[in-house]
Design a protein around this ligand. Structure first.
Ligand code: CO
Length: 183
């Protein structure tokens, strides 16, 4: 893939890049910054709260997310965050801790238009990643932010919500999914 970053476009299921295991990033250069910038643009154009690089057709371990704060939802005393303060890029992300408690949330995905389904995931996670300069950082997330981080990390391993949604949701989306597959 040698497209210039501004040519990147949203990739839809069933494109094979969405099923590939993405490659770790080792060069923190202008190209990486350009790709992340374009990913943020696509996420905004599509009204999403997260986008993984494979969804822009680039199989590297990067995602962006921008989860707005909800009124009354303040960071917890334990440093758990529920929102980002603007868009953040996560490079080479890893989950180092997950809560035992799991909750179900109806999720959608920009690469699966019109498909929504209930996915059960840990309620809170701690993630480490690098920023666009290669500096490591750690974030403890709950609420929608925790779900978003886990959803985007799944993308880097070729995993989609249709693999994890409840049986009921799978049934409900059967026809839409078949249409998407037919293109
Ligand atoms: Co998605």
């Amino acid at each position: 893939m040698n497209l210039s970053p501004d040519q990147l476009k949203l990739v839809l299921y069933p494109d094979a890049v969405l099923r590939a295991k993405a490659e770790p990033v080792s060069e923190f250069d202008d190209r990486l910054a350009g790709i992340a910038q374009r990913m943020i643009e696509i996420m905004r154009e599509e009204d999403g709260i997260g986008l993984a690089a494979p969804q822009a057709g680039v199989s590297i371990r990067v995602f962006v997310c921008d989860v707005p704060a909800h009124p009354g939802e303040q960071p917890g005393e334990d440093g758990v965050r529920f929102a980002t303060d603007g868009p953040i890029a996560f490079v080479n992300p890893t989950i180092i801790d997950s809560s035992d408690s799991r909750t179900s949330l109806e999720e959608g995905c920009l690469s699966l238009p019109d498909i929504r389904g209930d996915v059960i995931r840990p309620e809170a996670v701690t993630m480490t990643a690098q920023d666009l300069n290669g500096e490591s950082f750690k974030i403890r997330a709950g609420g929608l932010l925790a779900k978003c981080l886990q959803h985007e990390l799944d993308h880097l391993d070729g995993v989609l919500i249709i693999d994890k949604m409840s049986q009921m949701s799978r049934m409900k989306n059967r026809t839409k999914l078949r249409r998407l597959k037919q293109g």
